[in-house]
Design a protein around this ligand. Structure first.
Ligand code: TPP
Length: 315
C-alpha cells in the first residue's frame, strides 16, 4: 500500500505534514470550503500502519482523515480539489475535508459523524471475507469514538465472525476539549476490547517503528483468519480540534504537554536517518506535488448545481 523503505516512510510523513501546513496557510483565504481537522503530529499512526499493508488492503478514516487518506495513497490532487469544493474533488466537491474517499486507491471513506465509519469498515471486512479475498480492512478512529455504542457492537460482530479488520484507535487524550479523565472511568481501553476476545496492543512511545512491529504482528494474525486486531496508539494533537491554528490559549491544556511530542517528532526522526541529499530531493518533490495539487484545485470547475441532489438517498 505504501513503500515501507525508510525513504517511503519519510516521504509519506513529510507529504502529510507539509500538505496540512499549506492547508493551514490557505484556510484563512476562504478558498477551502469546509472545516479542517488537522492531524499534524499524529501522522506517524496512519503512515506506520499503512506501511505494513498490501496494495489492495482497505483503509477507512474519520473527519480527521487527511493522513489516513494520503498514507493509503489517495490522490492529493483530488483531495485538494475536494477541500476547495470543486467538481474534480474526490467526493465531487460536495463532501469537503471530512468526507474523503478514493476507492481506486482503496480509501473506503471518512465521515463527520463520530463512530459511524466503524460499522461500515466491519461490513466491508465481512464482504471481503465472503468473497474469499485476502484483503484486510483498517479502521482508524479517535478515543472519543470508542464511547459510541456502535463501537462495541462492531467489536462483538467482527470477533464473532472472525472478520479481517484491524481497529486502530488514535488516542490523543481529547474529544474536542474534553480530556479522557473527565470521560472514562478507567483508561484500560485495551482490556475493555479484550473482553471481546480480540488481540490488542498499546503503543505508548510515539515511535513509528514500535507501531509497525505491533501492526505487523496483528496483520499476520488477521490474514491467517484469527479475527480482528486492535491497536491503541497514544498521540498528541498539535493544533486546535478544528481549524488551522494552535489553541494553547484556550485554557483546556498546557503548551508544556506539546514539548515532548515535538522532541519526538517522527517526521524529523526518520528524516535524520536518511542521506541528506536524498532527504532534500524528497522534500523538493513534495513541494512540487503540493503546488501541483493547489493548481489542480484552483483550475477545477465548481460542481454543476444539478448535481446537488445526486448521490443522496432521498429524491
Ligand atoms: C455522533 C457524534 N457526536 C458528536 C459529534 C461532535 N464531535 C465532533 S468531533 C468530536 C470529538 C471526537 O473525538 P475523538 O473521537 O477522540 O477524535 P479526535 O477529534 O480527537 O480525532 C465530537 C464529540 C459528532 N460529530 N458526531
Amino acid at each position: 500500500m505504501q513503500d515501507e523503505s525508510l525513504e517511503g516512510i519519510y516521504r509519506s510523513l513529510r507529504l502529510i505534514r507539509r500538505t496540512e501546513e499549506e492547508i493551514s496557510k490557505i484556510y484563512p483565504t476562504d478558498k477551502i470550503k469546509s472545516p479542517v481537522h488537522l492531524s499534524i503530529g499524529q501522522e506517524f499512526i496512519a503512515v506506520g500502519i499503512t506501511s505494513v499493508l498490501n496494495d489492495d488492503d482497505i483503509v477507512s478514516g474519520t473527519y480527521r482523515g487527511h493522513a489516513a487518506y494520503m498514507a493509503a495513497g489517495g490522490s492529493l490532487n483530488k483531495m485538494m480539489a475536494e477541500l476547495f469544493g470543486k467538481a474534480d474533488g474526490c467526493a465531487g466537491g460536495k463532501g469537503g475535508s471530512m468526507h474523503l474517499v478514493d476507492m481506486e486507491n482503496h480509501v473506503l471513506g471518512c465521515s463527520a459523524v463520530v463512530g459511524t465509519t466503524i460499522p461500515v469498515a466491519v461490513g466491508y471486512a465481512l464482504a471481503t471475507k465472503n468473497k474469499g479475498s485476502d484483503q484486510i480492512v483498517v479502521c482508524f478512529f479517535g478515543d472519543g469514538a470508542t464511547e459510541e455504542g456502535v463501537f462495541f457492537e462492531s467489536l462483538n460482530f467482527a470477533s464473532l465472525l472472525k472478520l479481517p479488520v484491524l481497529f486502530v484507535c488514535e488516542n490523543n487524550g481529547l474529544a474536542i476539549h474534553a480530556p479522557i479523565e473527565s470521560r472514562w472511568v478507567t483508561k484500560a481501553l485495551c482490556e475493555r476490547v479484550e473482553t471481546f476476545d480480540i488481540y490488542t496492543s498499546q503503543v505508548a512511545d510515539g515511535n513509528i517503528f514500535t507501531l509497525r512491529d505491533s501492526a505487523n504482528k496483528m496483520v499476520e494474525n488477521i490474514r491467517v483468519g484469527k479475527g480482528p486486531g486492535f491497536i491503541e496508539c497514544m498521540a498528541y494533537r498539535w493544533r486546535e480540534h478544528v481549524g488551522p491554528n494552535e489553541d494553547f490559549d484556550q485554557g483546556y491544556r498546557d503548551r508544556a504537554e506539546l514539548r515532548k511530542w515535538v522532541e519526538n517528532d517522527q517526521m524529523e526522526k526518520v528524516g535524520e536517518m536518511l542521506d541528506e541529499q536524498m532527504r532534500l530531493s524528497i522534500d523538493a518533490s513534495i513541494e512540487d506535488d503540493i503546488v501541483a495539487a493547489i493548481e489542480y484545485a484552483e483550475a477545477s470547475n465548481w460542481p454543476d448545481p444539478n448535481m446537488l441532489d445526486k448521490n443522496v438517498f432521498a429524491g
